[in-house]
Design a protein around this ligand. Structure first.
Ligand code: KIV
Length: 306
């Protein structure tokens, strides 16, 4: 069996739910989380065995070209969450609640989170902050919406903290973060993202919690790790944070491939044209699992017929 086939077989076995993450922590099994913003990427990441797909509001920067995550709307998040949910079967899908869709009234917060679950198809939501959002977390959990916390660098507070910089470096800051983590756990979060904090603090906080921590720029001692998938795939270039390991250089591949295509078109190379109509093609099929990615195309006849 190829590695891809083995992963597919494993993926077919069991849908991951929020409660499974705690069991993974108890077993000492690390949690692999990546962001995903569309159905195709969700499908590919799932084939790779990624446990959690985060529809991060980072999509505002990565996909939509904003300088930060603040302009991202709830409609943006619902739209992308729907796509990711369509692409994911086994992975747990977590959707970010964007800026000012919580830390408002509780009924409004519940309605907003409810849209990500009901319309978007997410299994859980993620919200940024510690003690000030603990009450909100408790209310969401009470109505049946699982919540992932997010401490350390909270990108939605970029104006308040003055940029994207490491947090909780002072003794007082570290103490506050550790207390926030305890408050979130008591409020009912099923996991907490720790972003850009010193690794020794992440180690202590992870050891003191029963729910798993998922680190990004927080060192190796968290119970899992998360990266923005485009950073990990090497598409975001210089805008990727320095701690983000690149597992591929797809940005360079894309530019090189597009250059080759452009050169073919300009030289009028035959294969670069759409080609002649094929005689009596079969009707378009909805799905083909023949190749990664082909399943999400409305018509896969190009692949079938060629
Ligand atoms: O929006 C996002 O992608 C995130 C991760 C960086 C954790 O919150």
């Amino acid at each position: 069996m190829t590695e891809v086939k083995m992963n597919e077989a494993k993926n077919a076995v069991k849908k991951l739910w929020p409660s499974h993450l705690k069991e993974m922590k108890q077993r000492g099994e690390k949690i692999a989380m990546l962001t995903a913003y569309d159905a195709l990427m969700a499908r590919l990441l799932e084939q790779a065995g990624i446990d959690v797909l985060l529809v991060g509001d980072s999509l505002g920067m990565v996909l939509l070209g904003h300088d930060n995550t603040l302009p991202v709307t709830l409609d943006d998040m619902v739209h992308h969450t729907k796509a990711v949910s369509r692409g994911a079967r086994r992975a747990l899908v977590v959707a970010d609640m964007p800026f000012l869709t919580y830390r408002i009234t509780v009924p409004e917060t519940i309605r907003n989170a409810g849209r990500l679950i009901q319309e978007g198809g997410a299994n859980a939501v993620k919200i940024e902050g510690g003690q000030p959002v603990a009450e909100t977390v408790a209310r969401l959990v009470e109505v049946g919406i699982p919540v992932m916390g997010h401490l350390g660098l909270n990108p939605q507070s970029v104006n308040q903290v003055g940029g994207f910089r490491q947090q909780a470096k002072s003794i007082e800051g570290a103490r506050r973060l550790a207390e926030d983590a305890q408050e979130l756990e008591q409020a009912g979060v099923f996991a907490i993202v720790l972003e850009s904090i010193p690794e020794e603090l992440a180690r202590t906080v992870s050891a003191d919690l029963s729910v798993p921590t998922i680190g990004i720029g927080a060192g190796p001692y968290c119970d899992g790790q998360v990266l923005v998938c485009y950073d990990a795939l090497g598409i975001t270039g210089d805008s990727a944070p320095s701690f983000a390991k690149r597992y591929a250089q797809l940005g360079e591949e894309i530019v090189a491939a597009a250059k080759r295509y452009s050169a073919d078109v300009k030289a009028d190379v035959r294969e670069a044209r759409t080609g002649p109509a094929r005689p009596s093609e079969p009707a378009a099929t909805q799905e083909s699992s023949a190749e990664p990615g082909s399943v999400v195309r409305a018509t896969s006849k190009e692949k079938v017929a060629s």
